[in-house]
Ligand binder design. Structure first.
Ligand SMILES: [Zn+2]
Length: 440
């Protein structure tokens, strides 16, 4: 068991706890992004539901393990925000390369591709969305179309011809993009927690029910309280696996109900080996797993961060034009940040001031599609703020500005990812709000 979890001790600890019957009912997998937390949670779900003796062998083909491997087990619920698209793109690249070359690992990457898409689709399980009728009724046709196309790639069926594969893969990517950007919540809504609790308590199954909550730190207060309630009195047959990369942001009362399994940031060499063994991407010879996944973004992260710096510069110029005080520290931070980025391979476009900065950025990022581009852009602004606070001349006002700006940026992200505001409207608003926040 846990053979697919590479370079993490957590896998051995979990396997020992399962074998010695010491596994807690509720646990937290904590560690940096890309450390294998979801992989382990899914594998644990498979092991706990296996019907063979001894249970959970890696090669087990019992009906339960097969359904877990294809992420279609009815006693498995997965919820929570996740950037699924990049992994789907990476898996697609491995799969298409293997199809073209007839590589020996074709079956493995076929599973990889199907599972990468199922990781997105499982989050639209009708059990979770009960009562959220408008959103799920609009998402349902996309989910149905994806499921239908996925059947062609079922590893138990013969593969279609290469041309047909490419066409279906292309459609799958488009549909998954629409599903993730248009319908996946960026925080965990309280309704999902309540529906999952009702499922865990009242839907009879006689087997283990496994509930995986990814990015469990991203919850509103009502959702947290609902989760706490169910963790305080968990139904007998349910197992709760929460994951987070920000353990400090999980409510202490929730933490006290969980046993934490720690996942570490793998060494650069170990990450290279993960990329090579999972994605068979031998051509990607330096960089982390995140770098590898980011290489599938339509706009490079360095370009997005540079656009963030240009945006901030315009915010300060516009504020000065309106008679507001600028911030020397921020101006200096923007300059050093741009200087540092000037060494990047892809430098991005020049901004000459001919058009409005917001329209310029929207054009360059093709309206921030997929939405993860908007998050990386905002993260660039936060990085510049952190930069500014390290400058020796920083004064109390700069700290106050940084505090206010962080809140405004958080709201902008929420407007776009939770309330579906258009990125161009969000940028306009952001420009105004950052400007007025200088009035301290
Ligand atoms: Zn089995």
């Amino acid at each position: 068991m846990f053979d697919n979890l590479l370079f993490q001790n957590a896998g051995e600890l979990l396997a020992e706890d399962v074998q010695n019957n010491r596994l807690p009912q509720s646990m937290l997998f904590s560690g940096p992004p890309g450390a294998g937390k979801l992989t382990s949670a899914l594998e644990l779900g498979r092991v706990l539901s296996c019907r063979e003796t001894p249970p959970g062998l890696w090669q087990c083909n019992c009906s339960s393990c097969l359904r877990h491997k294809s992420l279609s087990h009815s006693e498995l619920l997965v919820m929570g925000p996740r950037d699924c698209l990049l992994e789907i793109q990476a898996a697609r690249s491995s799969f298409e390369a293997a199809v073209a070359s007839g590589a020996r690992h074709l079956t493995a990457v076929r599973y990889l591709f199907v599972r990468s898409i199922r990781k997105l689709v499982v989050r639209f399980n009708p059990v979770l969305w009960e009562g959220d009728d408008t959103r799920i009724s609009r998402a349902a046709p996309l989910v149905a179309e994806i499921n239908e196309l996925l059947e062609e790639f079922d590893p138990l069926r013969p593969l279609p011809p290469e041309k047909a594969i490419r066409k279906s893969v292309e459609s799958l990517i488009t549909l998954c993009g629409k599903l993730e950007d248009g319908f996946l919540y960026d925080t965990i809504p309280v309704s999902h927690i309540r529906n999952a609790a009702a499922w865990a308590h009242f839907v009879p199954s006689g087997n283990k029910k496994v509930l995986i909550i990814e990015n469990a730190d991203r919850m509103q207060e009502s959702a947290r309280n609902a989760l706490l309630k169910i963790l305080e009195e968990p139904p007998k047959d349910a197992v709760f696996i929460l994951t987070t990369s920000r353990r400090g942001a999980v409510m202490p009362t929730i933490l006290s109900r969980l046993r934490t399994y720690g996942f570490v940031d793998r060494t650069p060499k170990a990450q290279q080996e993960v990329i090579s063994r999972v994605f068979h991407a031998e051509e990607f010879s330096s960089g982390s797993l995140t770098d590898y996944l980011y290489s599938f973004l339509p706009v490079a992260p360095a370009v997005l961060e540079r656009l963030a710096a240009l945006f901030l510069r315009e915010v300060l110029v516009r504020a000065s034009d309106e008679g507001r005080n600028s911030s020397a520290v921020l101006e200096q931070a923007i300059d050093s940040f741009l200087n540092e980025l000037s060494g990047a391979a892809d430098n991005g476009p020049e901004y000459g001031g001919e058009e409005d900065i917001a329209s310029f950025i929207i054009n360059q990022t093709k309206n921030f599609e997929p939405r993860i581009l908007f998050r990386i852009f905002l993260r660039g602004i936060i990085r510049i703020l952190r930069y500014s606070l390290r400058i020796p001349d920083t004064c109390a006002r700069d700290y106050q500005i940084s505090y206010r700006w962080t809140a405004v940026i958080g709201e902008a992200l929420e407007h776009v990812t939770v309330y579906n505001q258009s990125p161009s409207a969000a940028l306009e608003l952001l420009c105004t709000e950052l400007g007025t926040s200088l009035d301290i």
